[in-house]
Design a protein around this ligand. Structure first.
Ligand SMILES: Cc1cc2nc3c(=O)[nH]c(=O)nc-3n(C[C@H](O)[C@H](O)[C@H](O)COP(=O)(O)O)c2cc1C
Length: 180
């Protein structure tokens, strides 16, 4: 698939087919995520890939608000995107952030990795939905995520049962200043 097609064709998918996703395909998504750049190659992202029916149900029912629950009701996979704290953004002095963005660099690194994951998913014929509205406490307790890992997003993945149009994007002149 051409790069332009991958960039333009990926959409947030809010309706899924009842169809499982092969474990090897899911591994390809994580591999793609691992190829993203990160602060000093610190590779802070951590992933929890859930395809177990009981756990899927528990997370969908208890960790997502009703609006998101409905959107991913049939999704056969949820991926919880986390990062290991105090790895990214550290300067030359051990344990000390290099600048004011601090742990924000971890969110930055994780975002880069999540986009890789979503683009690879699209290339594999899958749809994804990144969800920022989720219950951190429920996710931590169900998946037994250690306290040193920050839980950021839940990403649904599965075969799309909808073909939404691209929501409009801001014009370049609205977002960018060029100094020629
Ligand atoms: C950090 C983040 C959080 C999001 N949270 C939600 C969410 O909770 N529910 C939802 O339906 N979409 C969510 N989205 C999807 C956005 O609404 C979507 O990316 C945007 O409208 C652009 O559409 P597109 O992804 O199809 O290009 C989220 C996206 C991002 C990047």
């Amino acid at each position: 698939m051409k790069f332009e097609k991958v960039l333009e064709g990926r959409r947030s998918i809010r309706q899924y087919k009842v169809a499982p996703v092969d474990h090897d395909v899911l591994k390809k998504l994580i591999k793609a995520a691992s190829l993203a750049p990160s602060w000093k190659n610190s590779q802070c992202p951590r992933w929890y890939v859930i395809t177990n029916d009981q756990m899927l149900q528990e997370l969908k029912e208890n960790a997502l608000p009703p609006a998101n629950q409905a959107k991913v009701e049939k999704a056969p996979c949820l991926i919880v995107a986390c990062f290991e704290e105090k790895l990214s953004g550290i300067g030359n002095e051990p344990g000390v952030y290099a600048n004011e963005a601090g742990e924000g660099w971890s969110y930055f690194d994780l975002g880069l990795a999540v986009e890789n994951l979503c683009l690879e998913a699209y290339r594999q014929g899958l749809g994804t939905l990144i969800m920022g509205i989720r219950n951190e406490d429920v996710i931590r307790s169900v998946l037994k995520i250690p306290p040193a890992q920050k839980i950021v997003a839940v990403i649904a993945a599965g075969y799309p049962d909808a073909d939404p149009k691209m929501p409009p994007r801001r014009k370049i002149k609205e977002t960018t200043v060029f100094f020629d």
